[in-house]
Design a binder for this molecule. Structure first.
Ligand code: NIG
Ligand code: FE
Length: 412
């Protein structure tokens, strides 16, 4: 099956040769072709270029994209979209003055979601989660990482990871699974934290690795959650079973989580709302991708990741949603890109790089996703007619997407 898309006003994120990520000042460069064509063969990008060089081909389908922009689909490298129920009441409690930390300290927060998760059947969790997955696919996400972490019991964590696996089998979107057993200490281990860490290390990790239920291991490294020492112990246990770390750090406090992540060659360190100069320094010349989650900052009214300082220091930066019931009940990458521009002062070019190729890197998917490159997946966003791609962050509340292609097929 060959599809030709012609007269594309502008084709964005065009990379002739595959790159794995962009860093520092390169982030400001978003290569594009104006008045372009793109050819899709089956599920892959076959060819692209300027309309002047359109080859003679027999296409099965021709789409005229006059006035419209095409870019690769968003790569959302940090989500918790598998969960049960919601936490609307905590949202209202926060409006009325409680903080996220106060809610967690009285047994709400992650423990509230863990209780609901363990009380809900696997089938029901799948049904609830697939609605969110379908929603984000229609919002232009073509690859997504999903974490466990609301089970906090052997059975609960395995249940979540099986749901993630089933979503990956049933939907045409790349899904990467991350084991986040170390998301919080469950109620029954409040007085026996070491006991829970032992359970993670001796029961959960081996079982998950044996059944290939996750590729990555995550820890919520934060005051009141997992210390740096505990985080290192859990990362090492994961690495021993082939799980690469991707960890939650510096959301509320800078306690050394970034340095620990770098030491264990984490694929990414995520959140980074609170960053000191040493934290930025520690990330230089490493393979660890910093990931910012601006819609979490927005929803909790906490600081935004200091993107400008990080980019100035030569670092790469990825953007993701953090879609979860507590701190970010939204999986809209278009909003993330807009918020990064509006609140973090990233340019549209930097934000699009961060939400495509750098997001792909933070999921180990840069070879197949995140740019318009021959041989990569034909995962595309086709916009409605727009004056320029600046509209994407500028018209922040509008849905400018006309259609989404996943593996060469338009999502109905
Ligand atoms: O990334 N910070 C830790 N975990 C999630 C929130 C979890 C929750 O509140 O349910 C996050 O923000
Ligand atoms: Fe998170």
């Amino acid at each position: 099956m060959i599809t030709l898309i012609k007269n594309i006003q502008e084709l964005l994120q065009v990379r002739e040769t595959s790159i794995d990520k962009v860093s520092g000042s390169e982030m400001a460069i978003l290569p594009s072709i104006k008045n372009a064509f793109l050819i899709i063969k089956d599920n892959l990008i076959e060819d692209f270029g300027s309309m002047e060089n359109l080859p003679k081909i027999n296409a099965d389908k021709i789409i005229d994209a006059t006035g419209k922009v095409i870019l690769p689909t968003w790569c959302d490298s940090h989500t918790h979209i598998v969960y049960a129920g919601n936490r609307e009441q905590e949202f209202v409690d926060r409006i009325n003055g409680l903080t996220y930390e106060e809610i967690a300290n009285r047994g709400g927060g992650i423990l509230n979601s863990a209780k609901k998760l363990n009380e809900t059947s696997e089938e029901e969790i799948y049904e609830q989660s697939k609605i969110r997955l379908e929603e984000v696919m229609h919002l232009g996400t073509g690859a997504v990482e999903i974490k466990s972490g609301y089970g906090l019991t052997v059975e609960g964590e395995l249940k979540m990871l099986r749901v993630i696996k089933k979503l990956a089998e049933n939907y045409p979107i790349a899904i990467k699974a991350t084991f986040l057993g170390a998301h919080a200490f469950p109620t029954h281990c409040k007085e026996n934290k070491g006991g829970y860490i032992d359970e993670i290390i001796t029961k959960m990790i081996p079982e998950i690795a044996q059944n290939k239920l996750a590729e990555y291991i995550d820890v919520f490294c934060e005051s009141g959650y997992f210390s740096v020492e505990e985080t290192e112990k859990i990362m090492q246990a994961g690495i021993d079973f082939g799980l690469r770390p991707k960890i939650h750090v510096n959301q509320f406090n800078s306690i050394g989580g970034i340095q620990a992540g770098v030491k264990f060659n984490a694929l990414s360190v995520d959140h980074l709302e609170v960053m000191n100069p040493d934290d930025i320094q520690a990330l230089k010349n490493t393979e660890t991708m910093p990931v910012a989650l601006p819609s979490c900052s927005y929803f909790l009214s906490i600081p935004y990741t200091p993107a400008r300082e990080m980019i100035k220091a030569g670092l790469p930066l990825a953007l993701a949603t953090d879609f979860n019931p507590g701190s970010t009940p939204s999986g809209n990458m278009n909003f993330v890109v807009a918020t990064a521009c509006i609140k973090m002062k990233m340019t549209p070019e930097e934000a699009i790089n961060a939400a495509t190729i750098n997001g792909a890197y933070a999921m180990g998917l840069s070879e197949t996703h995140g740019s318009i490159t021959k041989g990569k997946k034909a995962n595309l966003i086709l916009t409605k007619p727009i004056s320029s791609y600046y509209q994407i962050p500028y018209a922040f509340g509008s849905n400018l997407i006309e259609s989404v292609f996943l593996e060469g097929t338009i999502l109905e």
